[in-house]
Design a protein around this ligand. Structure first.
Ligand code: SF4
Ligand code: SF4
Length: 435
């Protein structure tokens, strides 16, 4: 669908499905459980039942909740079924109508009141860093105490990446040499607080490639977590604030797949808001993923050799939602002496999927283990991923399996090459790619 197409309602979207089942083998929940109702076709069938007046039963809500929203089915579907729109509409219905148990409600509230707010995340960062530097994590994990209190809490503890210092970026980073472009940069919530090194590398690469980088201080959450969880009004409010923060620039570069994908969807999110629809469409049109933008721009800065073997992971919100697959591979392949290996079943989600690994920790861990196994089979020294959720999810699974494979963002690999830092910056004991 393009911004010019009129929005379609659910019955019309449901009518596109011919029930062929081509989507089933790429659906992670179908792969895990082999249950029709946990496949795209099964969920579409349940949505159709709802249209015919069936009540939203807890079982039905469970099948919708179990969907990762990974969009592998959208890529696989030969009939062009817009499952992404369908699940978004259905999740909003689940949020409005499905009474969740108190414990689950509290957990969801805590997650949605923490993760989309940078200042709150920053407040948590310090104590979490202290905790990580104490001997407590090993003790807590061995005792299983968090697992007994709440598997979601235990998942959160395991997923948090090792935190270092988090220097703040300036509001403007000047282009090196002749300026080729001026771009805005989204710093993100989880990316900004848990992976500040990715943002620093992104700004450096853009500047080295001749871009003035504008990093508005008043930017907040893009609304991705809310949008992908059926919290439509919250997502719309985050979208309006993000549009306003980036209105002065012609391009917004985003280094987190989930954020970029939701910003490209603003045109649909605010299509019915006459005061914002046009501004939303403009923001969507000027949003570029980091790899998409740098590839489009073309190389100018010298690439220094980086003798590292990397496995490139396709984040679902980059490959399925934004159709960006060749650009990051091209950027990596352009680095002398760097070898790119392909991961088997690249279309199957790693289990991160926004908040999925917090709310469905068991299924997410199984998918994480599958992905980590496929990464290990490549014999790569470094995993490259362009979404903070995927990085945390796969790094956790690799640690669980005792695999010594570092994880970095595409921007960090390019940064290491452009600055001639050598392989030690990415792999080995001196690497600094965690934060
Ligand atoms: S969603 Fe697409 S691939 Fe899946 S059953 Fe329907 S038509 Fe077939
Ligand atoms: S979005 Fe992913 S998990 Fe959900 S039905 Fe489609 S393939 Fe399955």
């Amino acid at each position: 669908m393009t911004a010019a197409d009129p929005p379609r309602d659910r019955p019309s979207l449901l009518g596109d499905c011919v029930h062929c089942g081509f989507c089933l083998p790429t659906c992670p929940t179908y792969v895990l459980w082999g249950e029709e109702m946990d496949s795209p076709r099964g969920r579409i069938h349940l949505m159709a039942q709802r249209e015919e007046g069936a009540p939203l039963s807890p079982e039905m809500a469970g099948h919708f909740d179990a969907c990762l929203g990974c969009m592998a089915c959208v890529t696989a579907c030969p009939s062009g079924v817009q499952y992404d729109r369908l699940i978004e509409m259905t999740r909003a219905e689940v949020e409005a109508e499905h009474p969740r148990p108190l414990r689950e409600k509290l957990l969801r509230e805590a997650v949605f009141r923490l993760f989309p707010y940078r200042r709150r995340l920053r407040a948590v960062r310090g104590p979490l860093r202290l905790y990580q530097r104490s001997g407590l994590p090993a003790l807590v994990r061995r005792s299983g105490v968090l697992e007994r209190i709440s598997p979601s809490l235990a998942a959160m503890e395991r997923l948090a990446p090792p935190l270092g210092p988090a220097p703040r970026l300036p509001e403007r980073v000047a282009a090196r040499g002749t300026r080729r472009a001026t771009v805005g940069m989204l710093t993100g919530c989880v990316q900004g607080e848990f992976f500040p090194g990715v943002n620093a590398a992104t700004a450096r690469v853009l500047a080295l490639e001749g871009c003035d980088v504008v990093i508005p201080r008043d930017q907040g959450c893009c609304g991705a977590l809310s949008l992908h969880s059926g919290r439509a009004e919250e997502a719309a409010a985050f979208a309006r604030a993000t549009i306003a923060a980036f209105e002065a620039v012609d391009v917004v570069v985003v280094n987190s797949a989930g954020c970029g994908s939701s910003m490209k969807d603003y045109a649909d999110v605010l299509a019915d808001d006459p005061a914002w629809a046009r501004r939303a469409a403009a923001l969507s049109a000027k949003t570029r993923d980091f790899a998409e933008f740098v590839d489009e721009l073309g190389p100018r800065a010298e690439r220094h050799p980086l003798p590292v073997t990397v496995a490139y992971h396709d984040a679902c919100h980059l490959s399925h939602a934004q159709k960006i697959r060749s650009q990051p591979r091209r950027l990596l392949a352009g680095i002398p002496e760097l070898a790119v290996r392909e991961i088997a079943d690249p279309d199957v989600c790693c289990g991160s999927a926004g908040t999925y690994n917090l709310f469905q920790p068991e299924a997410a861990a199984r998918l994480g283990d599958r992905k980590a196994g496929s990464v290990r089979a490549t014999d790569a020294e470094l995993l490259v991923a362009a979404n903070p959720g995927c990085s945390m999810q796969i790094a956790t699974a690799l640690r669980r399996q005792g695999a010594d494979i570092a994880v970095a963002h595409t921007a960090q690999v390019l940064d290491a090459s452009l600055r001639g830092l050598g392989r030690g910056a990415l792999v080995g004991s001196d690497s600094s790619t965690d934060n």
